[in-house]
Design a protein around this ligand. Structure first.
Ligand SMILES: [Zn+2]
Length: 89
C-alpha cells in the first residue's frame, strides 16, 4: 500500500492527480475522541481503525468513509487539494 501523499503533493493539478488515480482529498483523517487516536486513510482501500476500535475510516483521496460505534465521539480532519476542478474522464 503506497501513501498517495508521497507522490501527489498538495498543489498538484487535477489532471496530474487523475493520471495517478488520486482524488480531491489530500488528507483523509479523523480523530477518535475516546482514545484520542488520529488515523488517516492513505489509499482508496486503506481501512484504518483507531486504538479503541470505535472509529474506522476508509476511502483515501476519493471519499471520506467513517464508521463509528458511538455518535459525536470523533472529529474530522479533512484537507482538500489546493487545486480543485471538474472531473476529468
Ligand atoms: Zn478510539
Amino acid at each position: 500500500m503506497i501513501d498517495y501523499q508521497k507522490f501527489a503533493p498538495k498543489n498538484m493539478s487535477v489532471k496530474e492527480r487523475r493520471k495517478l488515480d488520486v482524488g480531491d482529498i489530500f488528507s483523509n483523517s479523523a480523530t477518535c475522541l475516546i482514545c484520542n487516536d488520529t488515523i488517516r486513510s492513505k489509499n482508496r482501500h486503506d481501512f484504518q481503525t483507531c486504538k479503541c476500535g470505535k472509529l474506522s475510516i476508509d476511502g483515501g483521496s476519493w471519499y471520506p468513509k467513517r464508521s463509528f460505534k458511538k455518535e459525536h465521539s470523533w472529529k474530522d480532519n479533512i484537507e482538500l487539494y489546493e487545486i480543485m476542478g471538474e472531473t476529468i474522464s
